[in-house]
Design a protein around this ligand. Structure first.
Ligand code: SAM
Length: 293
């Protein structure tokens, strides 16, 4: 059965009396060419483990199962489990976990599966838009041991993540994600290929995890805090916006920026990842010196 057609989605919804839950970000994909692009750009090999976030009715899951050694699909909605059991009944290499991805220890799953001759791990999904950033940041901050994360999200979020210094779209999420990965938009997706139709357009973003981090950061938490503070008031200069951090007064912010060779009149949106890293290291050092006095 072709799962990705409008008629198949409607038939399943009717037969199971399944009503989509808006608060779970349930917008089902009905375009085979987009599914193919997700699968192709993830470059799934026969020895790979795929972890899918939010399989829904199983459209992406089914295609991934044809390429991967194993697919583990994490779906929060209990009502979708009997449906997935039917739509994926011809895929013995699929395991469905009925749980919240935000409460799932993905590295534990990966560790368990690595013992079974798994080569690479690819994470996929058409993400529930309401928690795109928390899902990505959890995976990245937990140091997920995957090669790539290829996911659909709201177009504007994908553009922000991929953005570079100097652009309007460049923000804390660009620096935070790019610290861990290289980001590339694979394709744009119009809203009319989903059932029900969301009121935003989408994009597929491929994140390739870096083997080596682009900048030296000893305290990742403090670095991210510094990035968030920098962008917290975009119109303000860095010397001002950094004062939203605990213990950071204007004088300390100005002195630290000077020590880093960064003009204190600059705004966060002009700072490269490297400059943020140097700034965070210096600021932490100066805060510790101050506390020790
Ligand atoms: N993959 C399907 C597709 O492309 O048609 C469904 C995508 S839909 C945008 C998002 C899916 O994520 C839904 O099935 C929803 O129930 C599920 N979901 C929402 N929140 C979740 C969470 N916290 N953990 C796991 N799955 C979640």
């Amino acid at each position: 059965m072709k799962l990705y057609t409008h008629s198949a989605v409607n038939e399943i919804r009717k037969r199971y009396d399944f009503h989509t839950t808006k608060s779970l970000g349930q917008n089902f994909l009905t375009d085979k060419s987009i599914i193919d692009k997700i699968i192709e750009s993830a470059q799934i090999g026969p020895d790979d483990l795929v972890i899918e976030i939010g399989p829904g009715l199983g459209v992406i899951t089914w295609e991934a199962a044809q390429k991967a050694k194993k697919v583990i699909a994490v779906e929060i909605d209990r009502k979708l489990i009997p449906i997935l059991t039917e739509t994926l009944s011809d895929c013995p290499n699929v395991e469905i976990l009925n749980q919240d991805i935000l409460k799932t220890d993905v590295n534990e799953i990966i560790e368990r599966e690595r013992k079974k001759e798994i080569k690479n791990v690819k994470i996929l999904g058409n993400l529930p838009y309401y928690i795109t950033t928390p899902i990505l940041m959890k995976l990245l901050e937990d140091g997920v041991e995957a090669e790539s994360i290829t996911v659909m999200m709201q177009k504007e979020v994908a553009e922000r993540i991929q953005s570079l210094p100097g652009k309007k779209t460049y923000g804390a999420i660009s620096v935070a994600v790019q610290y861990y990965c290289e980001a590339q938009i694979v394709t744009y997706v119009p809203r009319d290929v989903f059932i029900p139709q969301p009121n935003v357009d989408s994009a597929v973003l491929k994140l390739t995890l870096r083997k080596e981090k682009p900048a030296e950061v000893k305290d990742r938490g403090f670095f991210l805090e510094c990035v968030r503070a920098g962008f917290s008031q975009r119109r303000k200069t860095l010397a001002n916006s950094l004062t939203s951090m605990e213990g950071v007064g204007k004088e300390l912010a100005q002195d630290t920026l000077k020590e880093c060779g960064i003009e204190s009149s600059r705004r966060a949106e002009t700072l490269s990842l490297d400059e943020f890293a140097v700034l965070a290291e210096k600021l932490k050092e100066n805060l510790e010196i101050m506390k020790g006095r």
